[in-house]
Design a protein around this ligand. Structure first.
Ligand SMILES: [Zn+2]
Length: 255
């Protein structure tokens, strides 16, 4: 049997090319406590590029702010371009008996579960739905955090430092490790040149996921420009940006 060139060609074309590995990034922004023009600007810069942003709320803010605050959060939530996550209740850090403690480190199980539950309830009460992702203040967690998170089934996604010991005892969660660093000059200070340098060292085929952390309230004018440049660069490198809840749908094998 002789196959025509056209037929052979169409058969060859029908074989799908091996799919390029998808690289997924989540923009992680921290520390919402009030409506602020810097937040609007941070969201808008990304959204104008088609990039979605996740933003951590310090949920004690629901006690301190009025209805305008909730309206503002609702407005961004309704765009579908911003997703809020649980950044704890009070973001506190203190020293006790010479020991450094923080909201989710060395503060004990009772303290931690209470704060997680209060945070979940405050958001649900204000916006009518559950937060599904958590990131601890200072990225500080311990075994009690894992134990408490395991009890809160609504919290399915956990931002973390790659390989953090506290994540080892989590069950049924999806980890969101910060494999790429957003702020090379300190909290709230992104530096695009340093980002690119660092990225060149980490740009390996096995790097297929990264949460990237920013603190927009600390951004200077230059900071906003560097933030925008980092997002443009990652887009040009073929990264797909997702919200935590979108990423969850891509995962079928939680811990
Ligand atoms: Zn924070």
């Amino acid at each position: 049997m002789k196959l025509s060139t056209t037929l052979i060609l169409s058969l060859v074309l029908a074989i799908p090319a091996p799919a390029a590995t998808q690289r997924i990034a989540i923009v992680k922004t921290d520390d919402i406590t009030a409506e602020n023009a810097k937040w609007d600007r941070c969201f808008k810069i990304a959204n104008d590029k088609g990039i979605k942003v996740s933003a951590g709320i310090i949920t004690e803010s629901f006690q301190k702010q009025g209805p305008d605050y909730v309206q503002w959060l609702r407005k961004w939530d309704a765009t579908g371009m911003v997703e809020f996550w649980n950044h704890g209740w009070d973001h506190k850090r203190w020293t006790e008996d010479g020991k450094e403690k923080s909201e989710f480190r060395s503060s004990g199980y009772d303290h931690q579960i209470e704060h997680l539950q209060k945070a979940q309830a405050a958001y649900k009460n204000a916006l009518g739905k559950d937060l599904t992702a958590f990131g601890s203040p200072f990225n500080a967690m311990d075994e009690d955090t894992a134990k408490a998170l395991n009890k809160i089934t609504e919290l399915k996604l956990i931002f973390c430092v790659p390989g953090a010991a506290a994540t080892k005892t989590l069950t049924g969660k999806i980890l969101l490790p910060m494999h790429l660093r957003g702020e090379h000059d300190g909290t709230g200070k992104p530096n695009f040149e340093k980002f690119k340098e660092d990225y060149a060292k980490k740009d390996r085929p096995d790097l297929t996921f990264a949460a990237i952390q920013f603190h927009p309230l600390g951004f200077s004018e230059q900071g906003f420009q560097d933030y925008a440049a980092i997002l443009d660069f990652l887009k040009s490198e073929g990264w797909t940006f997702m919200l935590p809840s979108e990423y969850e749908k891509t995962k079928t094998d939680p811990l």
